[in-house]
Design a protein around this ligand. Structure first.
Ligand code: HEC
Ligand code: HEC
Length: 352
């Protein structure tokens, strides 16, 4: 029933899981980066005892051949070989849900089982949940569709589509033995300290040349698998351009991209020993996001309450008066302060 245990140093989990709280404190009090790291180390030690038990990756290969288990296996296949099943070039046009040739697992690493590699484990009980982007509650199917329409630059799958049922069955399966109310450590892409300055795409281009171009290509467009048979997606995915995620995707937000890169890239990096420095990760993420990518129409309708819009959302409108460049590259501290002020003193209603 069970495969590999995730055996990671407890103190490291503690550090990463508490860092968001510590960074918040740093912004308010204005203490420096070194002090923030000292706090981080302290918080890590303090929280290690309360850490939930390790989660075990359930293994699909040992499942019996029941219809329910076939659906789970199909879901895993959809995650790792997305373009060959629902990509823009599949024979059956009614199955062309994705608009690019990325696989879910290009971002949700190791088929969604990698801590801080945007895992898909432990999510089943967290939905339905409130989404500030929508301004209302969303189901797990809605969340999958938000990656379909943004990360995969495609169209929504009906809730009843066999592919949607398979993806949800696999996501449920990855929560096997996770108790309701338990939040597993390692969700998301991690949370490293922010820079006090704007992230610098020019500095990032040098880091890209040294640490990324060998795989993703000097043009950033990745390497297709076995051309001219294009239906199996990429050996190395593109980071920008027409076949990349669109500007409404989660990876299009600097903090998500920078943390993902810090804790997972170059490919094979484990979050417990990042290879890029914090500063380099912010700058190379800025370089990646400074390039052209598909534009999603209608993004101005996201986040109906603009005070709940993440400060690093790369598209307007904004409530705070800061320009799009600062929202894309930072520094984010001043924007967050202004949002806090607006939350406490909402502007009077506009005269009619
Ligand atoms: C380009 C990268 C990328 C691709 C490809 C991608 N996703 Fe995502 N996905 C993300 C990011 C980034 C987030 C977290 C976004 C955020 O923090 O707002 C996310 C979040 C999710 C979540 C919610 C996770 C949570 O922690 O709450 C689910 C479920 C999900 N994706 C499913 C999928 C599925 C299924 C596919 C393939 C059909 C897919 N994604 C393809 C980047 C991607
Ligand atoms: C050793 C090869 C290699 C190197 C070096 C590397 N990557 Fe990747 N990268 C990959 C592969 C392969 C994937 C897809 C992950 C998978 O499918 O398991 C990926 C995925 C990604 C993704 C998410 C998918 C997407 O297309 O958006 C981002 C973002 C990314 N890499 C950024 C970087 C950056 C920035 C660097 C340099 C700091 C870097 N990578 C270095 C191989 C590499």
């Amino acid at each position: 029933m069970f495969g590999t245990a995730l055996t990671d140093a407890a103190s490291i989990d503690g550090e990463i899981m508490t860092s968001r709280f510590v960074i918040g404190a740093r912004l308010v009090s204005g203490i420096g980066l070194a002090a923030a790291w000292a706090l981080l180390a302290y918080a890590g030690g303090a929280s290690a005892q309360q850490r939930p038990s390790d989660w075990i990756v359930p293994d699909v290969t040992t499942l019996s051949d029941s219809p329910a288990n076939q659906l789970i296996r199909k879901g895993r296949e959809l995650v790792v070989a997305t373009p060959s099943l629902i990509g823009p070039n599949v024979g059956d046009a009614s199955k062309r849900f994705a608009g690019n040739n990325l696989s879910c697992s290009n971002c949700h690493l190791s088929a969604g089982t990698r801590k801080f590699g945007l895992p898909l484990f432990g999510l089943a009980h967290l939905f339905p949940q409130y989404s500030a982007r929508k301004g209302g509650e969303i189901t797990i199917e809605d969340r999958v569709n938000s990656c379909m329409t943004r990360s995969l630059n495609g169209r929504e799958m009906p809730d009843t589509a066999p592919e949607m049922r398979a993806l949800v069955a696999y996501i449920d399966f990855l929560s096997t033995n996770v108790a309701k109310g338990e939040t597993l450590p390692g969700l998301g892409a991690g949370s490293m300290p922010e820079l006090a300055r704007a992230a610098d795409p020019a500095r990032g281009s040098v880091i890209f040349g040294n640490s990324c171009a060998a795989c993703h290509g000097t043009d950033g467009l990745g390497v297709r698998r076995s051309l001219p048979t294009t239906d199996l997606g990429y050996m190395v995915p593109p980071l920008w351009g027409a076949d990349s995620f669109n500007n409404g995707a989660g990876m299009g937000r600097l903090s998500v991209a920078a943390n993902f890169i810090h804790f997972n890239m170059p490919h094979g990096t484990d979050y417990s020993s990042p290879r890029l420095s914090v500063e380099d990760a912010w700058d190379v993420a800025a370089f990646m996001l400074s390039h052209e990518r598909p534009v999603k129409p209608g993004l101005e309708r996201d986040f109906p309450d603009l005070l709940l819009k993440p400060v690093e959302t790369p598209y307007g409108p904004y409530a705070d008066g800061f320009g799009v460049d600062q929202h894309r590259y930072g520094p984010f501290g001043p924007i967050r302060q202004e949002i806090d002020r607006l939350k406490q003193n909402p502007p009077p209603p506009a005269p009619r």
